[in-house]
Design a protein around this ligand. Structure first.
Ligand code: ZN
Ligand code: ZN
Length: 144
């Protein structure tokens, strides 16, 4: 069965989450180095900036390292982020885009999913972006 178009988008967004899950390693050994989604280098977790808290996250740890955050500050300001309320992680960073019925992902904003492949097992086939769910619900439009 082919997944709806938006879901393909979400699926790509979840790539960062899958990467995090892969590097989680052995919990007894403490946090594994974390790969920057921008330069692909590995750094300790404390080398990643924390985002401001949102309604659903307590200051998610960014997917981009401190150095890239500085080097690409301007570009990153023009992107939006997908945050997971389940595990407090950034699971996607993308350029602004429009979805159906006028829903827009805007630069600098954060959107949320309730769970992602890091914190939900088995990994969700489809993760709904909560802001879209509310937008469509308010207008009586089906999500998919
Ligand atoms: Zn980096
Ligand atoms: Zn999660």
């Amino acid at each position: 069965m082919e997944l709806p178009k938006l879901t393909h988008g979400i699926d790509r967004l979840m790539e960062i989450a899958r990467q995090r899950q892969a590097e989680a390693g052995d919990p007894k050994l403490g946090p594994a180095p974390r790969q920057c989604s921008c330069c692909k280098e590995y750094y300790p977790v404390d080398q990643f900036p924390r985002l401001p808290p949102t309604d659903l996250t307590k200051g998610a740890i960014d997917a981009v390292c401190a150095k890239c955050s500085q080097d690409y500050a301007k570009e990153l300001k023009g992107m939006w982020r997908l945050l997971c309320g389940g595990c407090n992680e950034v699971v996607g960073i993308r350029e602004p885009e429009k979805a159906k019925a006028g829903f827009a992902f805007e630069a600098g904003k954060s959107y949320h999913v309730a769970g992602c492949p890091i914190c939900v097992s088995p990994p969700p086939k489809q993760s709904q972006i909560l802001e879209m769910v509310m937008f469509y619900r308010a207008r009586g439009i089906p999500y998919d």
